[in-house]
Design a protein around this ligand. Structure first.
Ligand code: S5P
Length: 271
């Protein structure tokens, strides 16, 4: 069964090169933590990536929320990723027709395809959105082999419209396009079709230093504990944003989350 398999064993089963690469990275580095660097200045995001780098498998960005994005951001983040051995995910949540996402992915100020190993994609437009992203990589003749996406199948926020049937259609899309799909963003493992697909689960926060665990943020986000998302909801990679960025010491917080998440993973695959 998928959830009982080790990340190494699942990498063997993976038909997507990037999901295999990420699963192996997680197994080698012994981390299933993704930190969401949702800060407003490029320098602050780069500083955070460098501080949490040793403890993460993926660093997730929202570059359209930066006040001062410049063309140097991508290459600088890539350098830090190389130093600490993690992948970069731009959480763009593409959601338009193929032609438009192809432009958004490869061009514009952000040139996401040039520096982000992974991107997030809404399932809403159907298979055409994957075709659009792939065609962008083909035109630029670059990165065809070292890029992939995660399909947002289910959202963490209260009253999200990602119903059970939407979720299951999104899973089918993931399965039919494993050429470019490395995983899904989801709150549970049910219906994930292949052991090679990675489940990324946001909405994770723990009580640190005796402070109580908060279960929401006042804007619809819903939080679960690291242990709960890995053991009860099937998270392979857990995303922690403010749990790390609002902590007094982000490196220490990342280490704290890494330890809890990895311990829960070991418990899941043991026996
Ligand atoms: O359903 C989702 C999908 C995503 S990718 N819910 C989410 O919260 N996210 C992202 O995860 C969100 O955009 C943010 O970057 C991160 C959660 O941040 P936190 O501060 O609430 O931990």
């Amino acid at each position: 069964e998928r959830l009982k398999m080790t990340f190494d064993a699942r990498a063997e089963k993976s038909t997507n090169m990037m999901s295999a690469r990420l699963l192996r990275l997680m197994a080698t580095k012994r981390t299933n933590l993704c930190v969401a660097g949702d800060l407003r200045s490029s320098a602050a995001v780069l500083r955070l990536a460098d501080a949490v780098g040793p403890y993460i498998c993926v660093f997730k960005t929202h570059v359209d929320a930066l006040d001062d994005f410049s063309g140097q951001f991508g290459p600088q983040l890539c350098e830090i990723a190389k130093t600490h051995n993690f992948l970069i995910m731009e959480d763009r949540k593409f959601g338009d027709i193929g032609n438009t996402v192809s432009l958004q992915y490869g061009a514009g100020n952000f040139s996401v395809a040039a520096w982000a190993d992974l991107v997030t994609v809404h399932a809403l437009p159907g298979p055409g959105i994957i075709d659009g992203l792939v065609s962008c990589l083909e035109t630029h003749r670059a990165h065809l082999k070292d890029r992939a996406c995660f399909i947002v199948a289910e959202m963490s926020c209260k009253d999200a419209l990602t119903t059970a049937s939407y979720r299951s259609e999104a899973m089918k899309l993931a399965e039919t396009r494993v050429d470019f799909v490395a995983g899904v963003v989801s709150q549970s493992a049910s219906g994930i079709p292949s052991p090679g697909l990675i489940q990324l689960t946001p909405g994770v926060r723990a009580g640190v230093n005796g402070t109580p665990q908060s279960d929401s943020d006042g804007l619809g986000q819903q939080y679960n504990s690291p242990r709960h998302v890995v053991l009860e909801r099937g998270a392979d990679v857990a995303v922690v944003g403010r749990g790390v960025t609002e902590a007094p010491d982000s490196a220490e917080a990342a280490k704290f989350y890494r330890d809890l998440l990895w311990e829960a993973y070991l418990e899941r695959v043991s026996e």
